[in-house]
Write a protein that binds this ligand. Structure first.
Ligand SMILES: Nc1ncnc2c1ncn2[C@@H]1O[C@H](COP(=O)(O)OP(=O)(O)OP(=O)(O)O)[C@@H](O)[C@H]1O
Ligand SMILES: [Mg+2]
Length: 423
């Protein structure tokens, strides 16, 4: 279908759709597109386009997609444009810019990060995007925080990939707040002084814990601007701003909502893409440390001794590993032991290699820097050593593993919820 637009008209397009600019000039997510430009809008995305001149669009919508002209006040694109302009003039005067976007789920955080980035790269600037929404980690894969240097315009962060990542090991921010804060602060230090940095955060903002976590983010990032897409959070963010300018960024008026299943599907897509070109490596835990692991991190208990103290272990087959950490004992056996064991203040937890299968682990390289992520495929005892098989696209040498909470099934679907893995 062809849509004829007057300068200032706004069109809302919900994917799947393909839009070709037949004539004129339109603004989409902060970037301008002129005659001949073609854009593909994903089925989980919808956007508002603003005609910068009289224009004609050739729009082909797929199943479930939609495109229609809306009144300019039915959309927020003009307000977003004002905000991008004001950030641009700040940057032009001060020579530095650090923006943190805070708001609830489905409030336009990802889209506004893209908007600002596109606005800047269209003007020849290089922008750094820091994706701190561990559940919707579009640059890399869920369970990480990632950084990307951006020089081109784009529609969805998923097109970009990442330059560096930090494994945090969870998809729900409340599960690993500290890791996220440290990872974000660590990655932000890789950005050249003053270069425009846009930080997207997760949508966990209701409740005191969530707000304190966001305040922590501001404290350690020290942004120049905080964009808040929520009226309630706005007041709190002002109190936590440490001199940053706090701007209210109105959320899109009509949202392409994604339910839990759609979000899981979208995460699965990211895992699948990340592990597409993988190999399987063998890691011997006698040579490679497993950081933050309860099973492999504690003091090893001689196998004979555990069997003596814990009667349940009879029939559990080979003990691959038994370790004591604090007042708990973690025992990895060949066969499943049903009940937990609790005696004299010591609690024993039992695991089989099957429980570790599919767990995501962070991989660190020669200098113990994060080099990527792997999936545990198997855990075996070989000549008294525990050997893990790990699937990963990482080519570098692996010098250490980091435990997390995410577990994936054979089709990259998450299993066991936000704490599906317990190592
Ligand atoms: N101007 C707009 N008009 C209509 N829909 C829009 C507009 N901008 C964004 N959307 C859609 O609204 C949905 C939510 O936007 P977005 O993903 O940017 O929000 P978010 O706050 O990052 O969400 P999440 O918490 O899920 O990460 C997306 O599907 C997006 O395509
Ligand atoms: Mg988002």
């Amino acid at each position: 279908m062809y849509l004829t637009l007057k300068k200032g008209d706004v069109v809302r397009v919900s994917g799947p759709a393909k839009v070709t600019v037949a004539s004129g000039e339109v603004l989409l997510l902060g970037a301008t597109y002129v005659e001949g430009a073609s854009l593909t809008i994903h089925r989980f995305r919808s956007y508002a386009m603003l005609a910068l001149r009289d224009s004609t669009l050739d729009i082909r919508v797929g199943e479930g997609g939609e495109a229609a002209k809306v009144g300019p006040s039915d959309e927020v694109v003009v307000e977003w444009l004002r905000i991008a302009e004001s950030l641009w003039s700040y940057y032009s005067e001060e020579g530095s810019l650090k923006v943190v976007i805070v708001g609830p789920v489905e409030s336009g955080k990802t889209s506004s990060a893209a908007f600002i980035s596109n606005y800047f790269t269209s003007r020849g600037e290089t922008v750094y995007l820091l994706e701190a929404d561990v559940g919707q980690e579009d640059l890399a894969l869920p369970g990480t925080v990632a950084l990307k240097k951006v020089t081109e315009t784009f529609l969805w962060q998923r097109e970009l990939g990442h330059d560096v990542l930090r494994f945090v090991g969870c998809i729900a921010p409340h599960v690993c707040k500290d890791e996220i804060l440290c990872a974000v602060s660590d990655l932000s230090r890789l950005v050249p002084e003053g270069a425009p940095l846009v930080v997207n955060t997760d949508g966990w903002i209701s409740g005191v814990k969530a707000l304190m976590f966001k305040a922590g983010m501001i404290r350690w990032l020290r942004p120049t601007h905080i964009l808040v897409t929520d009226v309630d959070a706005y007041t709190f963010m002002r109190s936590a701003s440490l001199g940053a300018e706090v701007l209210y960024l109105p959320p899109p008026k009509v949202i392409r909502e994604r339910d839990r299943a759609a979000r899981r599907y979208l995460r699965r897509d990211l895992y699948r893409k990340y592990f597409l070109d993988s190999r399987v490596i063998e890691v011997s835990l006698s040579k490679v440390p497993f950081m933050k692991s309860r099973i492999f991190g504690g003091a090893e208990i001689p196998r004979g001794l555990v069997e003596e103290v814990i009667p349940q272990l009879k029939g559990a087959g080979k003990i691959l590993r038994a370790s004591k950490l604090g007042d708990s004992v973690y025992v990895l056996t060949e066969n499943r032991v049903k009940e937990q064991h609790f005696t004299e203040g010591v609690k024993a937890y039992f695991f089989t290699p099957q429980d570790l299968r599919g767990c995501l682990v962070g991989l660190v390289g020669r200098k113990y820097e994060d080099v990527g992520v792997g999936i545990i495929e198997s855990v075996k005892l070989r000549n008294g050593e525990v050997v893990l098989k790990i699937k990963t696209p990482v080519k570098d040498e692996v010098r250490g593993l980091i435990a997390g909470y995410i577990r994936l099934g054979s089709e990259y679907q998450e299993v066991g919820g936000e704490k599906g893995c317990f190592i």
